[in-house]
Design a protein around this ligand. Structure first.
Ligand code: ADP
Ligand code: ADP
Ligand code: MG
Length: 742
């Protein structure tokens, strides 16, 4: 934005408004006009013309005045402009600081998120590599399975080929059988035809026999004719003899007769030839008969051989049938084998399924193993706790709260140089502080940095809270300067994430007591809440809740201890609680009555101790056991004045009067630790009230709350030193308070 030139103005005319005389009008429009005025010279007046000179001078003076006025106005304009610019500059500056604060917060958050992500990424990579290797193994086993399956399939193929061959063979054999049966039939037919031929031959033979007998009859007839002829010859010769007379005739007759005889002889010869021929024929026929007989024998032999052949064939047929049967058996076996192969294939499939399931099972086991690791870690923590318990120390936890964003005091906003060593042996257990170039290291049972959530903190004390149910006396203190996060740690803010240790402890106690019901445990619980300010007790649960400390004589609030270690405060309201809802109501009521105190009596509130007490009595109807535990949760008064005094040392008396009870608490702790005969419990109401819990019977834990602002570094060092001294104290071994009625 440019600087605006003041508007041109008739200065002298404004001046001359008051005067009567006319004067030259002078206008100032810029630097040149002024320079011109300054360069103006006295005009031709003699040295002695004083009047003229005076006039001239006064004129000049008037002009100068107008000039000065013009300058003043110009300056006014400039001043206004400057004012405006300064305003914008301031606004810009404040915006800038705000932005810076937001930016640093955002950077911190991003860093934390980045860290968390890298951690998670590493975890994921690890699991990934593990899973990869497992997957590889699984793939290998799967490949093996596949190979086996292939083998089974190939054997099955072979078997099917065998089966095919065998069925083919069976077919061939049945064909052969058919053929053999055919031949058999044909042979039988041949046999019958041979038998027919045989019978024909026998018929022929009988016919030949008949011819032979006919021929023999003819022969005998011939012999008879021959005999008749001989008789005739004889009669002829006698006739010859008788008729010698007629010899001529007779010779002729004789001649004739001779011829006749010759003829007869030829006939005889022929007959003889015939007979010979017949005999030869007979012989022939005989031979033929023999032949026939032979043939018959041969054919019967053939028949026999045929029948033997048939029987042999029948035998082969039988053997083949046997073979067929064996082949059928083999076939059955082969089918069986095939079935088996199928079964093995199915088995391979089921094996594969099984492998898959195995992989699944292994994955499940992996998850289980991981959870076991987590459990193991928890167990380690538990064992660590046990070790501490055995040492008998007061446990000390340090908690650093985050920088608060819109704190009224912006000077203390930059953080003190607090760091948390990350080496293995001190991670989560140590804190380093830089003060004037000097590094101070402290270590405690546990250190929570500004990132620790209420849940993170509670996880560490939950076991301790648990032991109240087992019959221990448990005391948890919060120590630290005002504004360091004591109330935040103990009570927290409403809402699930921000709940403090008191509501979380109570929730856990109710949850656990309910789960123990199944084992026969029955618990009865009573709660009370009080505030100690200036050595006077205020009942936070009193009906009609007083807004100020009621010093009237009606309420005495005297503390008494009975020989059994029970503590009572007279007139104190004690309320039976049966559920989380009951306790939540009480806490709301108490925080309200305390917050009223905060607004009306700020000084008292930050100088007062808040004590929440839960008495737990449990009995087991199954075992007859009885336990009595006490849980004390204490939000101590701000420690800053005590810390300051102990740093200077010589003003201890004053401090004790201002903050007696807090120093009394440390006196008691150190006296117990030193093993002094006299422990000054009675020096303050707080220590007297907590006497049974501090006498070494209880499990005690102290939270040391730290503000991170650089402006608090002095208080912070004092708190850390005090905490270190407390951490080194042994106050004895905690005892359970139990009894058995049986
Ligand atoms: P004390 O009780 O020690 O005086 P407070 O518990 O009241 O301190 O804490 C002071 C402020 O800081 C409160 O506004 C509180 O909410 C805030 N505060 C303390 N601790 C934390 C924390 N861990 N995270 C966030 N805010 C916190
Ligand atoms: P302490 O727990 O240390 O005794 P308080 O719990 O009373 O102190 O204070 C806790 C927080 O509340 C501190 O940050 C403190 O500055 C703030 N605080 C205390 N009194 C008031 C008040 N009257 N108005 C506003 N804030 C307050
Ligand atoms: Mg507080």
């Amino acid at each position: 934005m440019g600087l605006k030139v003041a508007p041109r103005r008739n200065v002298l005319s404004a001046i001359n408004n008051g005067g009567a005389e006319a004067a030259p009008v002078v206008e100032f429009s810029g630097r040149e006009d002024v320079e011109r005025l300054l360069a103006e010279k006295m005009k031709g007046k003699s040295k002695n013309d004083f009047k003229g000179r005076v006039e001239q001078m006064s004129d000049y003076i008037k002009k100068l005045r107008a000039c000065i006025r013009w300058y003043m106005e110009l300056e006014d304009g400039y001043l206004a402009e400057q004012e405006k610019l300064r305003g914008t500059l301031d606004a810009e500056n404040s915006r800038h600081t705000q932005l810076e604060a937001q930016l640093s917060n955002a950077i911190e958050e991003l860093k934390a998120a980045n860290l968390d992500l890298t951690r998670r990424c590493e975890n994921l990579e690890e699991t990934l590599s593990r899973e990869k290797s497992e997957k590889l193994i699984a793939a290998e086993s799967y490949e093996k399975e596949m190979q086996e399956r292939e083998l089974a399939e190939s054997s099955r193929d072979l078997l099917t080929v065998d089966l095919e061959r065998v069925t083919h063979d069976a077919k061939r054999f049945s064909e052969q059988l058919k053929m053999v049966q055919d031949t058999n039939k044909r042979l039988q037919e041949y046999n019958t035809s041979l038998q027919q031929y045989n019978s024909n031959l026998q018929a022929d033979a009988s016919k030949s026999g008949e011819t032979i007998s006919k021929l023999q009859k003819e022969k005998s007839a011939m012999m008879e004719t021959m005999a008749a002829l001989r008789e005739c010859n004889n009669s002829m010769s006698s006739q010859l003899e008788s008729s010698r007379a007629s010899q001529q005739e007779a010779i002729r007759v004789k001649e004739e007769l001779r011829k006749e005889v010759e003829c007869f002889r030829a006939e005889l010869k022929q007959a003889r030839d015939d007979r010979d021929h017949s005999v030869a024929q007979l012989n022939n026929l005989n031979i033929e008969l023999a032949n026939c007989k032979e043939q018959i024998g041969r054919s019967s032999k053939e028949c026999e051989s045929m029948s033997t052949k048939v029987s042999a064939l029948e035998e082969t047929c039988n053997t083949q049938q046997d073979q067929i049967q064996t082949l059928q058996k083999q076939l059955a076996v082969a089918t069986e084998k095939l079935k088996l192969a199928d079964v093995t294939a199915i088995e391979a499939m089921t094996g594969y399924e099984e492998q898959k399931e195995k992989i699944k099972y292994l994955e499940e086991r992996l998850a289980h193993a991981e959870s076991q690791i987590v459990e193991g870690d928890e167990l380690r923590k538990k064992l660590h706790n046990t070790i501490l318990e055995l040492k008998g120390n007061i446990r000390v936890f340090c908690r650093v709260r985050p920088l608060l964003r819109f704190h009224g005091d912006s000077n203390g906003l930059e953080g003190a140089s607090i760091s948390f060593p990350t080496s293995v042996e001190s991670a989560g257990r140590a804190i380093d502080l830089m003060n004037q170039g000097q590094k101070l290291s402290f270590s405690y049972d546990k250190v929570f940095d500004h990132n620790a959530s209420q849940e993170d903190v509670f996880v560490e004390i939950s076991q301790l809270v648990q032991s109240a149910l087992d019959g221990y006396k448990v005391c948890i203190f919060a120590y630290g300067q005002t504004g360091s996060g004591k109330t935040y740690t103990m009570m927290g803010r409403p809402g699930n994430d921000q709940k403090g240790m008191i509501p979380r402890s109570l929730e856990q106690i109710f949850k656990t007591s309910q789960s123990l019901e199944s084992q026969g445990w029955e618990y009865f619980m009573q709660a009370s809440m009080l505030e100690i300010y200036n050595e006077s007790i205020r009942d936070l649960l009193a009906p009609g809740r007083p807004n100020s400390f009621d010093m009237s004589a009606s309420k005495q609030y005297t503390i008494k201890h009975d020989p059994h270690g029970n503590t009572t405060v007279s007139d104190l309201t004690i309320i039976d609680v049966f559920s989380i809802a009951d306790v939540t109501n009480l806490l709301e009521k108490a925080s309200h009555s305390r917050s009223v105190g905060k607004t009306q009596m700020n000084e008292q509130s930050s100088r007062s101790h808040f004590v929440f007490t839960l008495k737990i009595s449990g009995s087991n109807k199954n075992t007859g056991q009885h336990v009595e535990g006490i849980l004390n949760l204490i939000d101590l008064a701000g420690s800053e004045r005590l810390a300051k005094s102990s740093s200077t040392g010589d003003r201890l008396k004053e401090t004790q009067s201002i903050n007696k009870s807090l120093s009394a608490l440390s006196d008691v702790i150190f006296a117990i630790a030193k093993g002094d005969d006299h422990v000054p419990f009675r020096n303050s109401k707080l220590t007297y009230l907590l006497q049974p819990c501090l006498g070494g019977d209880s499990k005690a834990l102290m939270f040391v709350n730290i503000s991170p602002e650089a402006s608090s570094v002095g208080e912070t060092i004092c708190s850390l030193r005090f905490a270190s001294r407390v951490n080194a104290c042994e106050i004895g071994i905690p005892r359970r308070r139990t009894s058995t009625s049986i």
